[in-house]
Design a protein around this ligand. Sequence first.
Ligand code: NAG
Ligand code: NAG
Length: 451
Amino acid sequence: MQTASLVLAFTCVLLLTCTQAKIGYFWHITDFHYDPLYTSQGDTRKHCRRTDERGSSGHHRALGRFGDYSCDSSIELIHSALRYMRTRHSENVEFVLWTGDIISAGYNNNEDDRYQAIRNMTELLRMTFSSHFVFPVLGHTDPAPSERLTNLWSHWLPMEALQTLKNGGYYTIEQTQSKLRIVALNTNLFTVREENTQHARRQWDWLDAVLEKATTNKEMVYIVGHAAPGSDSRYNMLSVDANGKYLRMVRRYARIIAGQFFGHLHADTFRVIYDKEHPVSWALLAPSVSPHRELGGSSNPGLRLYKFDTDTGKVLDYTQIYLDLATANRADTGAEWIAEYNLTQYYGLRDVSAESLHNLAEKLRITSQQESSYFNKYIRAYSVKYDIAHNCDGACAHQHFCAITCLEHVAYRQCVEAAASALAASGRSAPLIASLVNIVITFIVALVIVL
Ligand SMILES: *[C@@H]1O[C@H](CO)[C@@H](O)[C@H](O)[C@H]1NC(C)=O
Ligand SMILES: *[C@@H]1O[C@H](CO)[C@@H](O)[C@H](O)[C@H]1NC(C)=O
């Protein structure tokens, strides 16, 4: 009898602690690429902008009001995304990560006009999230840090953060309710063009100091930036040196890094960071709001809602939300954003950890029929269910595997080349080898462009 009540009391204590683990949510939104010049009378060859030339009517089909797969975001698309996010305010949303590339790259070179457009986007977010904090980071098409940009975002950030934002475009936020720290990086300082500047050196020192202090204070950290480390057949934004340095930093502080969040690629994918052979950290890349992707395709517009433990910062899951753009344009009823999938359920993950994502990556190596079903899921998500994205053959699939698991530039190249020679040795189809060689060449070209 006594034992029974003891057990009962003990269970109650357990239950109490269980229910007290507070579940919270945060948004990750990225790459709006808002184009103020988008018009449904636009020309798809001219970014869906109005052209005055007459006679070339072949490209003047009426475009959708929410946008077009070959163009950046219309204002209606952005309005509809924000409207959707409002409907989920009741769900204990704690903050919003906004990872850059706010304005369409080709919109206008005039700095004032671009600033105006950024101000409008900021205003819209401010109205949408009137009682939340939005944490913005700079993308490569955004203006350099300045007094004026800092003023624009001053209502979301504390004094100290505003100071480093103004000087170098980076900052850190201490969450008061929990032991979670947000570290917002300016990944533009990792590019070849800027890596040797004084600002770049300061950011490294600052990052090291922030992570060191977080270790001492037993805080967990989210690293937030525009461009992720690693390689991709399309585009490398980080220089070889900065990339290597960043990865060493992540390895050193892996224990306190509870997540890394990036945008930039306009794709739904992830990265696993290894220390020797062990998976020690992960980065999740959210797809863009813009349906257009530079150098390679299109995707449906996406928004991501993370679920996390607000005490520890541990990421528990995310729901990927999307808009089927073609359907939205056909419907009279307006845009309907819906859940695409939940991370843990979709891939059958035990949790969101480096280990689990490493296991998933291993399943994306296409070696058997059963495992290719995972790859099909992955590639469907990669372009956010945009259906013209599916001719990804063996070589293409392998390139994805290399991008996910080999973040050092040299290792990525070796990974892709190793597959090419293995295929050559086994006398597999020539087109496959040709496309692998193609990937390597594209990679080198991309590198040269960035340099
Ligand atoms: C910004 O918003 C103002 C007021 O709504 C509007 O007049 C202006 O055209 C907008 N500019 C851009 C670039 O979106
Ligand atoms: C994702 O999970 C939520 C509950 O956490 C559920 O309401 C929703 O239906 C799930 N969505 C999908 C697409 O599985």
